[in-house]
Design a protein around this ligand. Structure first.
Ligand SMILES: NC(=O)c1ccc[n+]([C@@H]2O[C@H](COP(=O)([O-])OP(=O)(O)OC[C@H]3O[C@@H](n4cnc5c(N)ncnc54)[C@H](OP(=O)(O)O)[C@@H]3O)[C@@H](O)[C@H]2O)c1
Length: 325
């Protein structure tokens, strides 16, 4: 039997208390699955929330964390074209409904969750795509094309936000981003945003209005903090897509929302359904092929540093966190 190094946990709790790195048997793919020899594993907020117990759930015997990764397919299961062996891929949702996440030398995923990496794309970039880019693609394009429209990305320097900026620019929108510091605003501008403002500025809505008039679509990371701004910069028909639930729930001002004629949408990658997920993935693939998604600022860890990697993610790292497998 062959073995691989894998980070894993068998109970929920703080990273240092529950995460270990062990040698375990290399799993084999079942029907419709592929095995990927991983180069990188990407860490996202959802991975550390799953491990910490922030979202209560029943644990299997053990869990190898992380949905995102990149590597090369080395074995395929039944019903999968053997010509995929040797294919460079980016991996998404690996740990969703599976114990074999990407924080290991190998993972097992459904063949549809291992997407071809264009020759021009480095594996490290591939490992940053899954959760953030697919979420962003759904938020930006989930109701149809946005070319010629104005998209406001609240938190445009974040993991999802930066992808949303790049995808909205790629799709032909005028993009306004918000971020905290000058440095973070510059990060959003570097990603392609046409304008960037400080979301903490009490006059932020005025600045957005002066720059673009009203906005058509808002990609929202913090509805409780930004709802007033969103109402001020909207027009009847503006859609706000909410993808994050950190902090307090917002108070919903019904009269103001009615007057503004604003639509609130909420999304969770795990529940959007296969068709809408596939549409978002297709958009990410097209943008990737066009060179529209670029490498974010990244902090690298070794697999043995899994605890430090999770702690960096939990401390709100402004850099993406990647693990070398
Ligand atoms: N619904 C889903 O399926 C889904 C998918 C992916 C992620 N998420 C969730 O979305 C959240 C963000 O994920 P991420 O990976 O993008 O995290 P991240 O990289 O840490 O980014 C968070 C961003 O939020 C920004 N922010 C904080 N308060 C803000 C405010 N009041 N207005 C505007 N921006 C604000 C920060 O901006 P500054 O750095 O400039 O302060 C930062 O850029 C997490 O809670 C994650 O679990 C949900």
């Amino acid at each position: 039997m062959s073995f691989m190094r894998a980070a894993r946990y068998s109970s929920l709790g703080p990273a240092a208390a529950v995460l270990t790195v062990d040698s375990i048997p290399i799993p084999k793919p079942g029907p419709n699955e592929v095995r990927v020899r991983l180069a990188f594993s990407g860490v996202n907020p959802t991975d550390v929330k799953s491990r910490s117990g922030a979202v209560p759930r029943e644990l299997p015997e053990f869990q190898i964390p992380h949905h995102d990764g990149a590597g090369v397919i080395d074995i395929v299961g039944g019903n999968v074209d053997p010509s995929r062996i040797g294919e460079r891929v980016w991996v998404m949702l690996a740990a969703f409904g599976s114990i074999y996440g990407t924080a290991a030398e190998y993972c097992i995923v459904d063949a549809s969750r291992a997407l071809p990496l264009p020759d021009s794309v480095e594996p490290a970039l591939g490992a940053t795509l899954g959760v953030p880019a697919v979420t962003a693609a759904y938020c930006v394009l989930g109701d149809g094309p946005v070319d010629g429209s104005v998209v406001l990305v609240q938190g445009g320097a974040g993991g999802v936000g930066r992808c949303a900026v790049q995808l909205a620019v790629w799709a032909g929108a005028t993009v306004v981003a918000t971020a905290s510091t000058q440095e973070r605003q510059q990060a959003a501008l570097d990603a392609g945003a046409h304008y960037a403002f400080d979301y903490r500025d009490p006059n932020v809505a005025e600045h957005v209005g002066k720059a673009v008039g009203s906005v058509d679509r808002i990609i929202e990371v913090n509805l409780a903090a930004n709802l007033d701004t969103d109402i001020q910069v909207s027009r009847p028909g503006t859609v706000v897509v909410v993808y994050a639930a950190d902090g307090e729930d917002p108070v919903i001002p019904r009269r103001s929302l009615m007057t503004a004629g604003l639509t609130l949408e909420f999304m969770l990658l795990y529940t959007i359904g296969p068709e809408r997920l596939a549409t978002a993935v297709t958009a990410v693939e097209a943008a990737l092929t066009d060179g529209a998604l670029t490498m974010p600022s990244t902090r690298y860890f070794e697999l043995d540093e899994i605890v430090a990697a999770h702690e960096a993610q939990e401390s709100g790292s402004e850099q993406r966190v990647l693990i070398r497998c």
